[in-house]
Design a protein around this ligand. Structure first.
Ligand code: PHE
Length: 344
């Protein structure tokens, strides 16, 4: 190629490009044209520039200067058209109202029930407990049989338990994790098992068909009721404050003997009696007891050698009395106006 031919090609491009650029009617069309003109791969201008090397050395300076001027002109024209097309797109789109107040950035928060679970887990972690989990769809044997429920126990009734099949239930408590853990790991065992459980209850201010529980289990040689009382009282003081009074009341569960429910003195009224503690001065926190020998045996352990204790608590109940929430259903409504109050 001669210098004259090279310059002629540049001039031709310079002459026709403005019309083509002005003819684009959308940003998409504009992008296609820009690539066709100055694209690095297949642009028409790039194709001319690739010929520069074939010119005699002494002509390249003049050719290069001219090419550069054409390139600047092309890019200027492209930029002008891009700005016009952008403005046009904004006009036809939704109008931008600069006087509108800024939108709030909304951040999720930890659910009040999860908060209780996290805190309880943290306190027991300090004591060397680890976490164990079990299935929510559970074999009836783990949920009842292995836990020493007699065959005609009313809890197994269709009115109380959600059955998935003849031998499958939605677990009604987290206690089956006791048996699953003991089958899998030799003592010493110290575990906490948080998880959801199901009961055939309708929603009312104090019941839900699904709710969380936290199970605790300790099994080793020489474990006594004194360990149970000391550990659970320690937990109450760590959770509710160092001066918290606790009270153990006799209770009954098929899988513990003896059994006890633990109350803590109501923190809202200091035991005086108020709406939160239903004027008793005490709030029931958990059920507990010494693991029944039949449960240890069902899990394959020698109940002459090993003893243990267990507890089960409902973190929703704890959240409710702690925040004086009047109705358990609010916890499950997913109403962010309620839930975001507990943010941390
Ligand atoms: N599983 C019992 C319940 O759901 C609670 C519990 C657990 C009681 C462990 C004693 C020991 O009510």
């Amino acid at each position: 190629m001669t210098l004259a031919e090279f310059l002629a090609k540049l001039s031709a491009l310079e002459g026709e490009a403005p019309g083509r650029i002005a003819g684009t009617s959308s940003l998409d069309e504009w992008t296609v044209l820009r690539n066709a003109l100055v694209g690095r791969q297949a642009g028409e201008f790039t194709a001319i520039m690739n010929e520069l090397g074939s010119l005699p050395k002494e002509e390249r300076r003049e050719a290069g200067a001219r090419a550069n001027a054409v390139k600047v002109a092309l890019e200027d024209a492209l930029e002008v058209r891009r700005a016009q097309l952008t403005a046009k797109a904004a006009e036809s789109g939704p109008k931008l109202d600069l006087t509108m107040p800024a939108r709030d950035r909304w951040q999720g928060t930890v659910h009040p029930v999860s908060m209780v679970i996290d805190e309880v887990v943290e306190i027991f972690r300090e004591l060397g407990f680890t976490i164990a989990l079990g299935p929510e769809a559970e074999h009836a044997w783990y949920n009842f049989g292995a836990l020493n429920f007699p065959a005609d126990h009313p809890a197994m009734d269709l009115h109380d338990t959600l059955y998935l099949g003849a031998d499958q239930v939605l677990r009604t408590h987290t206690s089956p994790v006791q048996v699953r853990t003991l089958q899998q790991y030799p003592p010493p065992v110290r575990i906490l098992a948080p998880g959801n459980v199901y009961r055939r209850d309708f929603f009312d201010p104090s019941h839900a068909p699904m709710f969380a529980q936290i199970e605790g289990l300790v099994v080793d040689e020489g474990i006594s009721f004194a360990d149970l009382k000391a550990t659970l009282s320690h937990f109450a003081r760590r959770y509710f404050g160092p001066h918290t009074k606790t009270r153990f009341r006799p209770s009954y569960f098929p899988f513990t003997e003896p059994s006890a429910e633990m109350d803590v003195q109501c923190g809202v009224c200091d035991g005086e009696g108020c709406a939160v503690c239903k004027h008793s001065g005490w709030i029931e926190i958990l059920g507990s007891g010494m693991v029944h020998p039949a449960v240890l045996e069902a899990a394959g352990l020698d109940s002459e050698k090993y003893t243990g204790w267990a507890f089960g608590m409902g973190p929703a109940r704890t959240a409710i009395s702690r925040h004086a929430i009047p109705d358990i259903r609010i916890l499950y409504d997913s109403d962010v106006r309620f839930l975001e109050q507990f943010g941390r």
